[in-house]
Every structure is written in C-alpha cells, then in structure tokens.
Design a protein around this ligand. Structure first.
Ligand code: C5P
Length: 275
C-alpha cells in the first residue's frame, strides 16, 4: 500500500431550501451545491494504529482525536491509517470543512487500500455524500440524494467567514418554518453566470434568518459583501457563518476580497464550480 492524497474543496450552498423534517429530527433539504478552488488537503499513509495530525494555517482548535470526522471516516472504512490534514478552510463554517475533509479521507483511503467507501455516507455527516465527487450538484433528502449538474456555469465569488461559530443543530432548531417550497423541478437551463445569478436571487438559504439571529457577525459579513463594488448577490452558505458574494469576473472578486480584509475575518476570492 502506498500513501495517497486527496483535496477537500470548500462546498458552497448557492441555494438551500429546508423542505421538511423527518421523524428522526433531521431536516430534508433541496440545495444547489458547488465547490470552490480553495481546499484542505488530506494525506493518508498505512499505519499500525490510527492517528491524525492537523497542520496548515487553519489548524488551531481542530480536534485530533476520534471526534474528528476524518477519524470517524477512517473508522467507518475499517482502515488504520496515519492521516495528515492540512487545514486551509475555516472549520465549522458552513463550507463543508468537516464533511469535505471526511469525503477526501474516504477517497484517499479507497485509493490506498482498494476498498470501497462505506455505503451509508450520510450517517457520517449530511454533506459527506455530495462531497464524495466534488462538482456542481443538486442535493436532496438530508443530503443522501445527489444529482450531479454537469452544465452549471462557473461563478466568480468572494467567501467571507466573520470568525463566529454557529452550531448547526441550533440553527435548525431556530427555524421559524420547517416546510418551505423546494427549488423548481426540473431546474431551468441557465446559460451563463449572469443568468444563474439572476435566478439564484429568487431562491433562498432558509437557514440564513435563524443563523443571523444567533450570530450578528453574519449580518456584518453579508452587509460588507453586498456593499462591495460589483457584488450581484450576497448569501450565507450552509448553516453559516461563511457567506459568499457573486461578482461579474475574477478581477472584481479579487478587488472586493482585498477591500473586505479585516482582522478576525477569513476572506478569499474563489472560482465556484470549475474544478
Ligand atoms: O450531519 P451533520 O453533522 O451535518 O448535522 C449536524 C446536526 O445538524 C444534526 O445533528 C441535526 O441536528 C442538524 N441537521 C438537520 N438536518 C440536516 C442536517 C443537519 O437537522 N439535513
């Protein structure tokens, strides 16, 4: 067995509609998901005993014990490995840090061992299934129903994490309405980035109002993005607190990212959906 590496790109929910609640308390979603060209990196090596080392600019505070989703993913595959996780993305930020890292771990372990990943990926985390093959996708159920969308136009964006943590269960618990309309079915044909952005403006992230109530820092991030020159749409991703702004081109996104930088904020100009 030789070591294997996998990238764990940031996941962005361009729209996230909460459509209902299952008997077990999990919420059903209808979400349009894309991935950014900003990523964590997972490296796995064969080992006698499981271990995890977290490095990189966003390593601080990331657990290295069995509670880390990366370790739970390795345990679910029944593989003992020495795992190195290079953190570049904010953890617990609504851009799939944990789920994307777990999915990358499963992909790297599958490459290293030849074993198949476990069947029930959503049991690890609701976003793990969509993160297994990072690309534009529509996600339904609690995350286990994934429909790849090959033709979604790429977008130039700025991600802003205002440095506040919002616990996902609390955000769901504060939803005023649990049964909201799904996305249109089928999705319309969207010819280019402008058409996609205009269409997205009529969709929602239903988790944004409860997350804003829990963490006012999200208002500041959304307000700053919306006020940046050229910003066409500002919205929160997942259960927060990371927000994204959509811009007409990479130069406008880069200028906005520079202008938005401030202490305590994580700000990145990214390309969404073009891996
Ligand atoms: O599965 P994940 O770790 O992403 O979810 C964390 C928590 O968020 C769950 O325990 C649940 O309370 C809530 N959740 C939910 N419906 C989803 C995803 C998460 O209610 N589809």
């Amino acid at each position: 067995m030789t070591p294997a590496e996998a990238r764990a790109p940031a996941k962005v929910n361009l729209a996230l509609h909460v459509t209902g609640r299952r008997a077990d308390g999990y919420h059903t979603l209808d979400s349009l998901v894309v991935f950014a060209d900003a990523a964590d990196v997972v490296l796995v090596r064969p080992a006698e005993t499981p271990s995890l080392r977290v490095t990189g600019p966003r390593a601080e505070g990331v657990p290295t014990d069995a509670s880390n989703l990366v370790m739970r993913a390795a345990a679910a595959m029944g593989v003992a490995a020495a795992i190195e996780l290079e953190k570049h993305l904010p953890a617990a930020g609504g851009i799939g840090g944990g789920s994307s890292d777990a999915a990358a771990t499963l992909r790297a372990l599958a490459a290293m061992t030849g074993r198949a990943p476990p069947a029930d990926l959503a049991a690890l985390g609701a976003d793990v299934p969509v993160c297994m093959a990072p690309g534009p996708a529509r996600m339904r159920g609690i995350g286990e129903v994934v429909e790849p969308l090959a033709t979604l136009p790429a977008l130039d964006a700025v991600l802003v994490n205002p440095g506040v943590a919002v616990p996902t269960p609390q955000v769901f618990a504060r939803l005023a309405r649990r049964e909201n309309p799904p996305l249109p079915d089928p999705l319309p044909a969207l010819a280019d980035a402008l058409a996609l952005t205009d269409w997205l403006a009529a969709q929602r992230n239903d988790l944004e109002p409860p997350a804003r109530a829990l963490a006012p820092g999200i208002d500041a991030a959304l307000g700053a993005l919306a006020g940046a020159p050229g910003c066409r749409l500002a919205r929160m991703s997942g259960s927060g607190a990371t927000c994204f702004g959509l811009f007409p081109d990479a130069a406008a996104a880069a200028r906005a990212a520079q202008a938005l930088a401030r202490p305590g904020w994580w700000v990145r100009a990214v390309r969404l959906g073009a891996q």
